[in-house]
Design a protein around this ligand. Structure first.
Ligand code: ZN
Length: 516
């Protein structure tokens, strides 16, 4: 009798301690619909920065826990707010073109199967970039949530975290219980938003809050040139979204910049406000933040120097290093990483003391064959497609060959920690002086310039250079601002050129401000 009583008590105690089981997973793809190269399932295996692209099962936890990304935030939030996590799959490839239906269906299927295997499922924390486009699904993120709803019903709490560059639609806001986006660009709050989502989830499953949410989209395109949330003109809007969240009735207030390289109806910025049961408050605050964005438009006229002017300005700046953001070859935004427009100008104008990274596997092989100290003579760059300039013959010396791995312990854009460029070579160009060498770092993979350790790890000292070329627009600022005397966003050509006039749009909403 006593043992029966004991086991009953034990069962009761275990039951009382039972924590909600929350599935976590994600498909994180920023689709550049102007990039002709489609995204395959294999591309999902190669991740951003050469890190593993798709994490499965327990590696979702082990390989994310000490990073500063959104999954790390889910893990930290679960610990803080008493949730048991059931990891499934988190897939995050580099940005390329439209996702093949076969890849999209396979990953979504894997995600759903993963959630089905949970011992119990009290909710889902989902990390979706917010601008994934599959062949048959222009708003593929909404399709993911729609399939989850079909599999698990309308009642299951599903909380979605999007990137700041999400093109959010009304549809996905209706399908999800709560949707929030990164507030910051560069994305230094990736982890914080994961923690916030877990906190809201804990309150939802315990019945403490009943979320309602509203989305408002101002009729505009917010050019990537203005996505820096740490500076005018956008900073006051970002600050205000944080202030709105101080109202205890507000669970989340997001202002997402959108992603202009996706030719879809949802393209453009969004404001999403989530409150505890107060639809009118959500609407009011969303309208107010949306109006703040709309009222900035006089300050949002696109203007940036082309490559020739930018190089000239950088050379004569007086204070160094000057960072040239090669916006047209924004790797994080889906470009080739081998554009030569700025390289051509550096050579033509005889600039000194510059470094540029170019993704070119063939050129790396040539350097490896020559060996350290050997001669290098080969045309580099401009090989991926016909959008990023011509290959340019480079003569010089192989200064170093490196295994290409590096670690970024600090919080940088997106919160990645472990990087792998692949075996890479540093070429010192003919005519370089010892004090002011001209250097090209050749990598076999496209590596987003989110960490200065990319250069430091191969023996390049960024602060001693005069000109640093970063293949990005705003995101690399978190890494480069600490050493930069000046940053110039260059209106360079390429599949991520900042000027929308470079592209032909067919599916965006008509008459958006900022498209001309
Ligand atoms: Zn982003």
């Amino acid at each position: 009798m006593r043992s029966v009583l004991f086991s009953l008590l034990l069962t009761a105690a275990l039951f009382a301690q039972r924590q909600p089981v929350i599935g976590i997973g994600g498909i994180v793809h920023e689709t550049n619909t102007f990039n002709p190269k489609k995204t395959t399932l294999a591309d999902f295996e190669t991740g951003i920065g050469g890190a593993k692209g798709t994490l499965r099962g327990s590696e979702v936890i082990t390989l994310s826990a000490n990073a500063n990304n959104t999954t790390a935030g889910f893990i930290e939030g679960a610990r803080q707010y008493g949730l048991d996590l059931h990891p499934t799959v988190v897939a995050g490839p580099q940005t390329i073109g439209v996702v093949l239906d076969s890849a999209f269906n396979a990953l979504t299927g894997e995600l759903i199967e993963g959630f089905r295997r949970a011992p119990r499922l009290d909710g889902i924390l989902l990390f979706l970039h917010g601008t994934m486009v599959a062949e048959s699904y222009p708003h593929a993120d909404a399709e993911v949530v729609s399939r989850l709803r079909r599999a698990f019903g309308d009642k299951l709490p599903i909380i979605v975290v999007h990137d700041f560059h999400a093109n959010v639609s009304e549809e996905i806001v209706k399908l999800s219980t709560v949707l929030l986006t990164y507030k910051e660009c560069p994305h230094l709050d990736a982890k914080e938003r994961g923690v916030q989502a877990a906190r809201i989830m804990a309150d939802v499953v315990s019945g403490k809050v009943k979320p309602v949410q509203t989305i408002v989209k101002p009729p505009m395109m917010l050019n990537i040139l203005f996505h820096n949330t740490y500076a005018e003109p956008l900073k006051p809007v970002t600050d205000e979204s944080k202030r709105v969240e101080q109202n205890p009735k507000v669970l989340a207030a997001s202002v997402a910049g959108g992603y202009q390289y996706a030719d879809i109806p949802a393209m453009g910025p969004s404001v999403i406000v989530v409150t505890d049961g107060d639809a009118a408050l959500a609407r009011r605050e969303a309208d107010r933040l949306s109006n703040m964005l709309w009222n900035l438009r006089e300050r949002l006229a696109f203007k940036a120097p082309p490559a020739a002017e930018a190089v000239k300005t950088a050379m004569s700046n007086g204070k160094y290093p000057v960072v040239l953001m090669d916006a047209g070859d924004n790797i994080g935004g889906g470009a080739a990483g081998d554009s030569t427009f700025i390289l051509a100008e550096l050579l033509k104008q005889k600039a000194e003391g510059w470094v540029m990274v170019i993704s070119d596997p063939g050129a790396v092989q040539h350097a490896i064959q020559s060996g350290v100290g050997g001669q290098f003579d080969m045309a580099v760059g401009g090989k991926t497609d016909n959008l990023h300039g011509d290959s340019i013959r480079i003569k010089g010396r192989v200064k170093g060959i490196h295994d290409g791995r590096f670690v970024e312990p600090a919080v940088r854009h997106g919160g990645g920690r472990y990087w792998d460029m692949g075996v890479s070579a540093v070429i010192e160009l003919e005519g370089s002086s010892l004090d002011m060498p001209n250097l090209i770092l050749l990598t076999p993979k496209r590596i987003i310039p989110f960490s200065l350790n990319q250069l430091i790890s191969v023996g390049i000292y960024p602060e001693r250079m005069k000109i640093l070329v970063a293949k990005g627009t705003i995101a690399p600022r978190a890494a480069y601002e600490p050493v930069a005397a000046r940053i110039i966003e260059v209106d360079s050509g390429g599949v991520t050129g900042m000027n929308p006039a470079r592209f032909e749009y067919k599916h965006v909403r008509p008459n958006l401000f900022g498209m001309k």
